[in-house]
Each structure stands twice: as structure tokens, then as C-alpha cells.
Design a protein around this ligand. Sequence first.
Ligand code: TYD
Ligand code: MG
Length: 452
Amino acid sequence: MARQKTIFVCQNCGYKAPKWLGRCPDCSTWNSFVEELTEIGQQDKPRRQPLLDKPQRIDKVTLNKEVRKKTGLSEFDRTLGGGVVPGSLVLIGGDPGIGKSTLILQVVQRLAQQGHRVLYISGEESVQQIKMRAQRISADSSELYLLSGTCLEDVIARVDELAPQIIVIDSIQTIFTESLSSSPGSIGQVREVTSMLMNLAKSSGRAIFLIGHVTKDGAIAGPKVLEHSVDTVLYFEGDGSHIYRILRAVKNRYGPTNEIGVFEMMDNGLHEVGNPSKIFLEERAEDVSGSIVISCMEGSRPILVEIQALVCSSSLAMPRRTTIGVDPNRVSLLAAVLAKRGGVNLSDKDIFINVAGGIKIVEPAIDLGIISTTASSFLNKSIARNTVTFGEVGLSGEVRGVSQTELRLKEAVKLGFSRCLLSKKSIKTLKRKTDIELIGVSSVMELLDVLF
Ligand code: TYD
Ligand code: MG
């Protein structure tokens, strides 16, 4: 067998060096060397693997029916696309302290209760510490095994002895392989460990959950480096000051992406939030200016959220556009549309936009909401509380339809809203009658006329 050794490769141009260099002598990039495995004598030959399979006709390819394991935590199952797929490698990323370990412990506890053997490997905490957390969330199952360790080769040996069906690695940044000399958490280590775990998952049919901390600087490799090499990427987000946490699928080889699950962090672990719209609207203030509710789609599910705006005089040469939960560039663009097409001059005003509840919204259906609240705060006139809206706004001030009109309206009716502002085209696409008054608007001007 060929002996293995490691070399350092520039990630920018592919230059190879026997030891780590701060700057690539070839392309002059700083900090671009990553340790990689290579076979002695093979450095310069491309690694070629013989292709054994013959091309197959697409209609002759047979599918194995995948049997998903449902965890019973429905918000989690939905985000994964219907349950855990055997042989899949799932990465759960998130800020330190957001609740990743808690979530995964609750998930595997439920799987263990159903009789699936689970091995939870932690490189961060001792077995006693995990047990303490497990007590808080009352996880106590005879099929749940804990192991504290950081060397991947040891871990794989234990996996072979115990033969678990589900494996958890908490976290990828603390596990290392002996074949590389770089420190745990470096890009080379994180990549190599992930690819070894991927092989383990695929060859044995075991589902593996990997936990990864998101880091701001590049010193410790974060989940971003791994996104392409795993099957599913889930992000656990939310800010520490709110109790709500959102699990979002950003990549999924086995299901839809952009699906979200909503949880509440309590004293005894995470609890599912079955009706997120209700909690996001719970603490809405009475008749104030600069507030409206929009109906937005998160994956396959409509959610109602409140958008708040505060427009006030600015003392700065370049007024501020500060946002929480929406893209600030989108807000600048909509402020320009509002000024040009709606005659609302915001050039000497600071604009602050906030999505209540700590959720992030990326879909364009939020545009009508941002325009309405901004105008409302500028004019200091409140919008009737029973009003909900959704729709995209273009640069010429036209209001456009968005997908899933019926689902969005249904959610609004369910939560007691009685008036909806949307594009005229969306109204035309409706097949059924709804119990909500529909007001079609085709431009920003029309919207302002209807509202104020
Ligand atoms: P943890 O799962 O350790 O976070 P991560 O693995 O993402 O770093 O949990 C972090 C926080 O959650 C911690 O500050 C304590 C809090 N927490 C609760 O509020 N309730 C609970 O039941 C548990 C287990 C943790
Ligand atoms: Mg943790």
C-alpha cells in the first residue's frame, strides 16, 4: 500500500509546499495554505479512480425506497423533509450557545426511545455534563450512549464495537484525524474529518449529525466550508435575548429547502411552536404608526409577522437605513421608490425597520409591508389593525403578485384579519372566495391612497 503523507496546498492557485506558508509564493495570496493528505510519489499525478459502472438508461435505474425515521418532533421532521434518512450526513450550524446541543439531544433521545441505537460523541463536554443537560430535558433512554472524545480514529473504532444506527458528533471543530498534523478546527482537519464521516455514513447506512459553530473570523473553520460536502445543512438561528429559535434548511438533498421549524427555549429544553404566527403577533401594540402585518411564506408554510418602521429626522449627511430581519439594501431601494413614485421625501430621514420576534425574512413579498409601514411612520398615521398585506414592488412603483396567494390569505383569516392589500393580479388568480376583504392595488400611489 502506498504510504501517506501530508502537503500544504494553496486554496487559491493550487501551489503545493511541504510546510505551511503564510503567503503563497506563486499567487501572493495570504493565509491560503491548507493541509491535505497525499500518497508518497503521487503528489503530481492526478488521483484517478477506475470507473467500473457502465452508463445506465434513466428508465432502467431502480430506486431503493428510503425509509425515513420520524423523530416525533414535528418541527424538526418537517425541516429535514419528513424525517431522518439512513446514510445521510446532516450538518447543524449555529452560533455558540444558541441551543444546538440541546436540540440534537432531544432529537436523538426520541429516536432512542423508538429503539434506534444512538451514539452521542462530544469533544466539548464530559459525559457528566451531557448527562446534566439530559436531566434538564428528561432524556433517559437505554439505547442512548454517550462518549467524550476528540480523535476520529478512536471514535470510529467505538462505532464499530457499538454499531449504532445514529451518530452525533458535537462539534466538528473539536474532532481531529491523526493523519493530519494541523490543529483541530483548521480547514484541512474539518474537511478531512467530514469526508471520512461521509464515507462512514454512506458505507454503513448510519445517519450522522454533525454540529458546527459559526465563527466570524476564519481562524476556526465554520460550517460554510462544509456546506458542499454534506447532504443536508440546517442552521439554528435566533438571538440570545429572544426565546424563539428557528431551524432553517439551507441545503437538502432529500427534501425541500427553506423549510423552517420554530422552537421556544424553556427551562426544560426546546419546545415546538406549532402556530408561529400567533406568537409573533402576541405582543403587538395598539394603534401606533409604523406597524403592519405581512403574510410571508417560509418554505411551505405561511407565517404572519409584524413589520415595524420608525422614520425620524436625521442629523447625518448620509441618513441611516438600519434594519433587523430584512436586507438594508432592499429598504434603501424601497425608500427610493417611495420618494420617486409616492412623493414621500425621505432623503433627510433616518429609517429603522424591524421584524418583530427576531425572524429573518428574505422573500420579496415583504415589499408592500415595508413601504406601508415606512409611509405610516413618516405621516404619523396608523394603519387599521385588522389589515394584512403582501406583494412585491418594482422600481417603477408597480405592485406585483407573489406565489401562494391562497395559503397566505387562509393564514390571515385564521388569525382574525379582515382586510388584505395585495396586487390586482393576485386577486385574479384566486379560485375560491375568501372571508377577507380584498383590496387590489397596482401601484405605490394607489396603496398610499387606500391607506391614508
Ligand atoms: P447549548 O445546547 O449548550 O448550546 P450550543 O450547543 O449551541 O452551544 O445551550 C445553550 C443555552 O441554552 C445555554 O445558555 C442554556 C440554555 N438552556 C436553556 O435555557 N434551557 C435548557 O433546558 C437547556 C438544556 C439549555
Ligand atoms: Mg454545544
